[in-house]
Design a protein around this ligand. Structure first.
Ligand code: FPP
Length: 242
């Protein structure tokens, strides 16, 4: 799918799909002499706040990187802490009901405990009919893993004689990604000054504008999102339509 670029109420260009790498929780905590978990906790509140704001702005799709396939290699205590925050978020299945946000989860969910898997399904079902922002929460997600999954599924279909290799084009391939049916990512935001994609949405972000910001994720606020969108608009003004 190509970009379905929308406009905000002022007629200004809005990104169709924002990818958000929530980075810098650990450094935020360290700066304050707090345990890393305090950074993740603060990061989780920032996450809820920014989702509400993105929805208010009229952003159609947003994907947040909450837990990567690589994050399992962190100390077990830290992994448990992040998963506890995820559980906390999930236990309120009515999250964003008033805001009309549609919540989805992307990644290999089979690695999580059964209670998490069923809460994830519940959360998705409860919000399936919501018509505001579509929020993808990436957990145990990795871009390469997602591409391999698509390749395996297509290979199996070809081996079973359901498709021929020649039929595999971008559109068919994209239908085997977690984000099937959603527009490409056109803006990736990474706070904490890092400038890496870190295995995030490798296919979907192929043509995205990448905006790196100095702020640490727990300090990321509404103004930061405004600034990133403004940067996205400026780049589109400079390079688009000539
Ligand atoms: C990266 O910061 C952050 C993470 C690996 C975890 C992100 C998790 C949350 C924001 C909270 C849980 C999410 C939900 C959906 C409730 P880092 O620890 O790598 O920071 P550092 O680079 O400064 O150490």
């Amino acid at each position: 799918m190509g970009n379905q670029k929308g406009m905000d109420r002022m007629g200004e260009l809005l990104p169709a799909h924002i990818g958000l790498i929530m980075d810098g929780n650990g450094r935020w905590a360290k700066k304050r002499g707090l345990p890393r978990q305090a950074g993740h906790k603060a990061g989780a509140s920032t996450f809820k706040r920014i989702v509400r704001y993105a929805n208010r702005l009229g952003i159609p799709y947003m994907t947040v990187y909450a837990f990567s396939t690589e994050n399992w290699s962190r100390p077990p205590e830290e992994v448990r802490g992040i998963i506890a925050l995820l559980r906390e978020f999930l236990s309120d299945a009515a999250n964003y009901r008033d805001e009309n946000v549609r919540t989805r989860f992307i990644g290999d969910l089979s690695q999580f405990d059964q209670d998490i898997q069923s809460k994830v399904r519940e959360c998705e079902e409860v919000s399936a009919g919501h018509t505001g922002l579509t929020l993808n929460i990436a957990i145990n997600y990795g871009g390469r893993m997602e591409l391999m999954k698509a390749a395996r599924e297509l290979a199996a279909e070809a081996a079973a004689g359901k498709i021929t290799p020649e039929e595999i084009d971008e559109e068919l391939f994209a239908r085997h990604l977690y984000t099937q049916g959603q527009p490409d990512v056109d803006l990736v935001i990474r706070p904490s000054g890092e400038e890496r994609l870190s295995n995030f949405l490798l296919w979907q972000a192929a043509y995205a504008e990448f905006v790196s910001m100095e702020v640490l994720w727990p300090d990321f606020d509404e103004k930061c999102l405004d600034r990133a969108i403004e940067e996205f608009r400026n780049r589109n003004r400079r390079f688009g339509g000539v």
